[in-house]
Each structure stands twice: as C-alpha cells, then as structure tokens.
Design a binder for this molecule. Structure first.
Ligand SMILES: NC(=O)c1ccc[n+]([C@@H]2O[C@H](COP(=O)([O-])OP(=O)(O)OC[C@H]3O[C@@H](n4cnc5c(N)ncnc54)[C@H](O)[C@@H]3O)[C@@H](O)[C@H]2O)c1
Length: 247
C-alpha cells in the first residue's frame, strides 16, 4: 500500500483522516507543527497495528516540508497519497486585517499547500499513480464575513487543486479538494471558547441534516478519493457539509 502523507494530522479532520487511511492499510506520515500532537496520534495508530511516522514541520516553511517528506520517504518509500489538512482560521473584520495577519493565513493555508504538493508530486509522477486531496472550505464557496483572508486562502486552494488536476491527469494522478463546513474539531472549540462561534446545538440548527459534522464524515470522503475506485474523479470540489451549502 502506498505511503500517505497527511498534514495537520495531529488534530481534528487530519487526525480522523490518518485513522481512516491507516485502517485501509496505508503507512501514514503525520506532518504537523505540533510535534507532540503528531506523536500522540502516531501512538494511537501504532496501537491499532499501523505503520506510522510523526514529523514535526511548519508547512509554511519549505525546508521543513522537504525534510518531513524525505523522512517519510526513507521510512516507507515513495509518497503515493498526499492530504493537506494543516490550516488556521482567523476571524477579523476586513478593515482590521493587518498585512501580517493576511500573510500568515495565506502562508499556512495556501503557500503551505503549494510546498507540500510540490515536494510530494515527483514520487507520484515517477510511479504514474497518485492521489492528492486538499482540504478547502465552504467559506470559499459562499463567502464568509470577517474571514476575508481565510476564505481567500481556501479559494486559492480550490483553484490550485483544479489546475493541478488538469496538469497531472495524464500522469495518473488525481487532485481533488474537500470543502467542509461546521465540523466538530478543536479549531471550532477554540473559536467557541473565544465567543466567536456559538454552541454546537445552535450551529446544528442551521444545518439541514440537523447535526454538526465530524472528522469521520470528512475522512470517509477523503479515503474514497484516495482509493482505486476514485480514479475517474479529478479536479472536483466535494462539499461535505450536511446540506448547508448546495452547489
Ligand atoms: N472544522 C471546520 O469546521 C472546518 C471547516 C472548513 C474547513 N476546515 C479546514 O480543515 C482543516 C483542518 O481543520 P480542523 O478543524 O481539523 O482544525 P484543527 O485546528 O483541529 O487541526 C489543524 C491542524 O493543523 C496544524 N497546523 C496549523 N498550522 C500548521 C502549520 N503551519 N504547519 C503544520 N501544521 C499546522 C495544527 O497544529 C493542527 O494539528 C483546516 O485546513 C481547516 O481550515 C475546517
């Protein structure tokens, strides 16, 4: 089974994706700026018998990314699957967004994705097989007040995935993105504690299926996109949002 590299795998959606891919038998490299968190998830996976490596890396820093991918490759062989879930959210009225804040969100969410994909793709090109899944956001599909930097970064991720899908289709590589909305993760809890987001029950009332999403909801879609069966799906934005935004 091909090596799966999952960024942001120490928490939330990324962690669920690591569990799903490991259950499918893929060796997993967990790449996260939170090295201890990555090690914690690695322990959970090893407990289930998975082959796994934790790599601390800031995905906005190219040398960190190159080093992490190299470590993973030496341990498990070429990268076959890349999932980019590392990301940060920020809520600020547009007029108050500083250049530093704008640059930070873009650097992690968009440029970080660029670094990871550019570092991992050569293995997939060589193998003439690969799966790339980027985690975008419904904010890029419908707009999100006080999140201009975040929504713009995720819009860039969607455009990047479509473009790479076309550029690498003939190399046997599919590139898709999943646009989640309202998923119960530490990121959401953090913004609830800060008073920016309301309680889970209030969020659930605005979602047609009547509940907030889980990391497993995203991971199930991701695992399918990474499977052999999904070889004819590329360049798509898969909305996993309980019907809260219907494209
Ligand atoms: N939770 C939601 O409702 C939701 C909705 C839409 C999109 N998303 C996206 O899903 C992805 C995962 O979010 P989550 O909710 O699981 O959040 P989370 O905060 O639980 O997990 C994000 C992970 O990314 C890591 N990370 C942050 N900056 C990093 C960096 N520079 N380098 C490496 N790792 C870094 C964090 O340490 C953390 O482990 C993000 O890209 C987020 O924007 C989440």
């Amino acid at each position: 089974m091909p090596l799966a590299v999952v960024t942001g795998g120490a928490s939330g959606i990324g962690r669920s994706i690591c569990h799903h891919l490991a259950r499918h038998g893929n060796p997993v490299a967990i790449v996260d700026i939170d090295g201890e968190g990555a090690e914690r998830v690695a322990k959970e996976l090893r407990g289930d018998g998975a082959r796994v490596l934790a790599c601390r890396a800031d995905t906005s820093v190219r040398s960190d990314v190159d080093q992490a991918i190299q470590m993973a490759r030496s341990e498990f062989g070429p990268v076959g699957i890349l999932v980019t879930s590392a990301g940060v959210a920020q809520f600020e009225p547009f007029g108050e967004i500083t250049l530093d804040s704008w640059n930070r969100v873009l650097a992690i969410n968009l440029t970080g994705t660029f670094h990871c994909v550019q570092a991992a793709l050569p293995d997939m090109v060589e193998a003439r097989w690969g799966r790339v899944v980027m985690i975008s956001s419904s904010s890029a599909q419908r707009g999100a007040p006080r999140m201009a930097h975040y929504a713009s970064s995720k819009g860039g991720v969607i455009a990047l995935s479509k473009t790479l899908a076309l550029e690498y289709a003939a190399s046997g590589i599919t590139v898709n993105n999943i646009a989640p909305s309202s998923i119960d993760t530490p990121m959401v809890h953090e913004w609830q504690s800060a008073g920016t987001l309301g309680p889970i029950e209030a969020m659930a009332r605005n979602i047609p299926v009547g509940r907030i999403g889980t990391g497993d909801d995203i991971a199930a879609a991701c695992a399918f996109l990474c499977s052999e069966d999904a070889g004819y799906i590329t360049g798509q934005t898969i909305s996993v949002n309980g019907g809260s935004y219907v494209t």
